[in-house]
Write a protein that binds this ligand. Structure first.
Ligand SMILES: Cc1cc2nc3c(=O)[nH]c(=O)nc-3n(C[C@H](O)[C@H](O)[C@H](O)COP(=O)(O)OP(=O)(O)OC[C@H]3O[C@@H](n4cnc5c(N)ncnc54)[C@H](O)[C@@H]3O)c2cc1C
Length: 389
């Protein structure tokens, strides 16, 4: 049996970016629905820990979805260094006149909170609903979805693809660029015999970068390793894994003493084609999935969601489906997306190079960051806020 319902905006995907987009649309008074293929009750077993920037904190706070609990885990400084080579730089919140650079948040705490907020804000959310096709008409789109084996239809002025890139084909889109790194990110929680402070660490090593994020008495880590080694590493007993981690990271944070919740993610950068017609926009990982080296993916996706709501809030509802709206959004997001993507991929390339001439240059680069405070300030502000300062 087919049923039809109409909304100003339908968001496909209740990942963090889709939830924030839907809540921002609701806040500006647009009728909004969200489709999510996962079950509402499915446990979020994701092991990722995220470094959320100060700007992301501001976005979540403005939408009343920030939890003050997260403020227990601030990042005020980041030490960036290159293992075995000279040069290091410390970036601090005071360099950019901010109270904090950001906060350390667990994905499995954040996502359920955002989804709960959808129901508290009465945003219509259909779980176990897979969007299977989109048909475009002059002033609306028709989405065919599958809910528990039953086909249904929903119409909307604007389709927001926030599906993480899993179903771009239904919007007639594909990834235009994919870079596979042959690396996996091993994530987990690690403790050491020295107490973490508000300093996060980004350490470039021969096997790949390691990020250590302070969270109370422990650190969350992201360790990029060649895919050929990751299964073996994950299966190592605790003491062997700790030895390997210590060897890779060095002793800047003391001796590592325990490890839990290890998990791996394969790493790739994927950039999608942007819709050129009206009626559909793509945001978050659906638009660009980045290497986590610079901890930018979700921060960038939240800026996508926020800017989209700003564009939609400034036009009449009947113009939501127009090509002009899509173009305005694309134009607003162009520089931030480009610069952040280039920064993340460039950083990875620079620090994974095995050329000795590059070793010197990146040591100088790290030193240079400290010697040229204006450059440092501009880079950090770009990473936190995007190009609009
Ligand atoms: C190891 C690692 C560490 C990271 N660390 C950081 C960090 O420190 N800081 C940071 O900013 N970013 C970080 N990131 C990136 C960040 O995790 C992602 O950018 C972010 O989670 C993407 O969110 P999203 O909502 O766009 O996509 P997703 O989380 O992929 O959500 C997409 C949703 O859409 C649903 N869906 C898909 N297709 C359909 C369909 N057809 N119908 C209905 N629903 C559908 C899916 O079920 C899913 O719930 C990291 C990533 C990794 C891998």
């Amino acid at each position: 049996m087919m049923s039809e319902t109409h909304y100003d905006v339908v968001v496909i995907g209740a990942g963090p970016v889709g939830c924030v987009a839907a809540l921002a649309m609701k806040q500006i008074g647009l009728s909004t629905a969200v489709l999510e293929v996962q079950s509402e009750k499915s446990e979020i077993s994701d092991g990722r820990t995220l470094a959320l920037s100060w700007n992301s904190y501001l976005i979540l706070n403005r939408l009343n979805i920030w939890s003050s609990n997260e403020e227990k885990f601030p990042i005020s400084r980041i030490q960036i260094s290159d293992r075995g080579h000279f040069g290091q730089s410390i970036v601090s919140a005071s360099d950019v006149q901010l109270p904090k650079l950001g906060f350390v948040v667990r994905f499995k705490d954040l996502l359920p909170r955002l989804r709960k907020q959808l129901s508290q804000q009465q945003v219509k959310t259909l779980f176990e609903a897979s969007a299977n096709s989109i048909e475009r008409y002059k002033d609306h789109s028709k989405i065919t979805l599958d809910i528990n084996g039953t086909s249904s239809e929903i119409t909307t002025r604007l389709v927001v693809m926030a599906d993480g890139g899993q179903s771009l084909n239904i919007a007639g889109l594909k990834f235009k660029k994919t870079v596979e790194y042959g690396h996996d990110a091993i994530v987990g929680i690690i403790t050491s015999d020295s107490k973490p402070s508000d300093m996060a660490y980004e350490r470039f090593t021969n096997s790949g970068p390691i990020a250590l994020l302070p969270r109370g008495n422990e650190y969350a880590f992201v360790w990029s390793v060649p895919s050929t080694e990751s299964v073996d590493l994950l299966n190592q007993p605790e003491s062997r894994f700790l030895d390997a981690f210590q060897h890779a990271f060095g002793d800047r944070c003391g001796r590592f003493t325990s490890i839990r919740e290890k998990k791996s993610y394969s790493l790739a950068t994927r950039i999608a084609e942007q819709p050129s017609d009206g009626g559909t926009v793509i945001i978050g990982n659906a638009s660009q999935a980045l290497h986590p080296i610079a901890a930018q993916g979700l921060n960038l996706g939240l800026r996508d969601a926020w800017d989209l709501a700003e564009v939609c809030g400034a036009i009449k509802n009947e113009h939501l489906a127009s090509r002009d709206t899509v173009n305005k959004f694309r134009k607003k997001r162009r520089w931030d997306r480009l610069q952040t993507t280039l920064f993340s991929t460039g950083l990875n390339r620079l620090f994974s190079s095995k050329l000795s001439s590059i070793f010197g240059a990146r040591g100088l680069g790290l030193l240079g960051l400290d010697l040229v405070p204006l450059a440092k300030k501009l880079i950090i502000r770009q990473l936190i806020f995007g190009p609009k300062l």
